[in-house]
Design a protein around this ligand. Structure first.
Ligand code: ZN
Length: 118
């Protein structure tokens, strides 16, 4: 079952996207290397794909404004993971390295003021 909060937030995204992955069975989640308690298993996450890399950046910016708890820009796999699992986790990832999302977004949006806390 897909979390209503996830659907409501996805509906607020302005940048067009396709859904690459939403709900997964535990077995499928393991087969794609998902974390055991992945938000995908509980229907609280979606992986979004875009026509261009800049669309993905725009969408990550929107996702912050909309208030997604979990946001992961996966530069290697060219998708944006968003979730509503209840812990704040904003990163961009290159390979296995995770970096804070806000300073990365700030290079594309000079008017964007990254929060300094947590
Ligand atoms: Zn994901």
């Amino acid at each position: 079952m897909i979390a209503q909060e996830l659907i409501d937030k996805l509906n607020q995204m302005k940048t067009p996207f396709s859904i690459d992955s939403m709900i997964r069975t535990p077995i499928h989640n393991a087969s794609v290397g998902g974390a055991p308690h992945s938000a995908h298993v509980s229907g609280q996450a979606a992986d979004l794909i875009f026509d261009t890399g800049m669309d993905m950046v725009k969408a990550a910016y929107e996702a912050l404004a909309i208030g997604f708890m979990g946001i992961e820009v996966d530069a290697g796999n060219q998708h944006l993971h968003v979730d509503v699992m209840g812990r704040v986790w904003h990163v961009w990832k290159a390979g296995n390295d995770e970096h804070p999302l806000e300073p990365w977004l700030a290079q594309f949006y000079p008017e964007f003021k990254p929060s300094t806390g947590g």
